[in-house]
Design a protein around this ligand. Structure first.
Ligand code: HEM
Length: 332
């Protein structure tokens, strides 16, 4: 039976997290790594299981402990990923591809495929991962990282900061419009992309630094090597997606995608959630869950009910208190 999500830790200041209890080790054959440099790093240091498979509770504990991610935000992101990509019956989720380690398959169309599954949580216009259309949506991409470095030099004096985040977010979107005929950027992906653009500023900058700017050695360490910089301290305060509205305001962009399978053919999708109607994101997530699990029974149904209920405090905190809890599978 899945436990309820962990609460916030007692101590929430900065501290050394690249410590002797958490040495870096390279992934071994069969270990899962994927599109999230944060989770990859936690696995490679043993904050979650080094094989890259963990329960939502283990993931929340780890992001709080090692990155000082704010509790309700961690609940929102982790349960979102679990509902879309996890194994609800076994309470296990892969941070990379599909693996037998998450247990027996759920009835299709549910897949328990892990973070790598395109069009669920993972989506287009990532900073250092290519669009799925080009073949590999989850591995570190040097060409894309070079662009991050270039813009950090041009707009941040060699550092990644919020100005760089806003410029890079916009440029990556324009690149996808121009090159990916299947480019899609709405609902979950619209929200997560803007969030992830501020993560390097909020989470990858050493907690002892007063200026929120990330040097390129540290950026390479996280994004490419999945490794804390030497002597890394976590954020000095619990943190989430602070800075999102600033980078959005630099180059406002509405949700949508290229239509008719053509590049340079972007159309806004007025049905998508956006920052003016965040509860539409909750609706969209529930609709996706209902598509994945049209008719759950037994343990699967019980765990889905529990998971959706444990997800909602995260929804209320991140998307707003007026996103009223819904019960697509009943309450018991
Ligand atoms: C990207 C999941 C926490 C940093 C992603 C992606 C997933 C994911 C599925 C791929 C989305 C995409 O770009 O297409 C999660 C989950 C978390 C979590 C479930 C649980 C709390 C974190 C933390 C950090 C982080 C704590 C930072 C320390 C990032 C960054 C990206 C990303 C920077 C964008 C990578 C890029 O665009 O190149 N995450 N993540 N994540 N995540 Fe996480």
């Amino acid at each position: 039976n899945p436990p309820p999500p962990p609460g916030p830790p007692k101590f929430t200041g900065t501290k050394l997290v690249h410590d002797r209890a958490h040495p870096w080790r390279p992934p071994r054959d069969g270990d899962e790594r994927g599109p999230c440099p944060g989770m990859n790093t936690l696995a490679s240091h043993g904050y979650i299981s080094r094989d890259g498979v963990a329960s939502p509770s283990e993931m929340i504990t780890a992001v709080q402990e090692a990155f000082n991610m704010e509790n309700k935000f961690a609940i929102f992101v982790t349960y979102l990923a679990h509902l879309l990509n996890g194994n609800i019956a076994s309470d296990l989720l892969s941070i990379g591809g599909k693996t037998r380690k998450t247990g027996p398959d759920p009835p299709p169309p549910a897949h328990a495929g892990g973070f790598n599954v395109h069009g669920t949580f993972e989506g287009d216009a990532g900073m250092t991962r290519a669009d799925a259309f080009f073949g590999d949506n989850h591995s570190f991409n040097q060409t894309l990282f070079d662009k991050l470095v270039e813009l950090s030099n041009r707009y941040g004096d060699g550092f990644y900061n919020l100005t760089v985040a806003g410029e890079l977010r916009s440029q990556v979107l324009q690149d996808s419009i121009a090159t990916n005929p299947e480019f899609s950027f709405k609902n979950v992906r619209y929200f997560t992309a803007y969030s992830e653009s501020v993560f390097p500023v909020n989470f990858f900058v050493d907690g002892r630094r007063t200026e929120k700017k990330l040097d390129m050695d540290s950026a390479r360490s996280f994004f490419k090597d999945m490794k804390f910089p030497p002597d890394f301290y976590r954020s000095a305060v619990p943190i989430a997606d602070q800075g999102l509205s600033e980078i959005y305001a630099m180059h406002p962009f509405l949700p949508g995608g290229n239509v008719d399978g053509k590049v340079n053919n972007f159309a806004v999708d007025p049905a998508s959630a956006d920052f003016t109607k965040p509860c539409a994101l909750y609706e969209d997530i529930l609709n996706t869950v209902k598509r994945l699990y049209p008719n759950p029974a037994g343990l699967l149904r019980r765990n889905l009910i529990k998971c959706l209920h444990d997800f909602h405090p995260g929804v209320a905190a991140v998307l707003g208190r007026d996103c009223v809890e819904q019960f697509p599978y009943g309450k018991k």
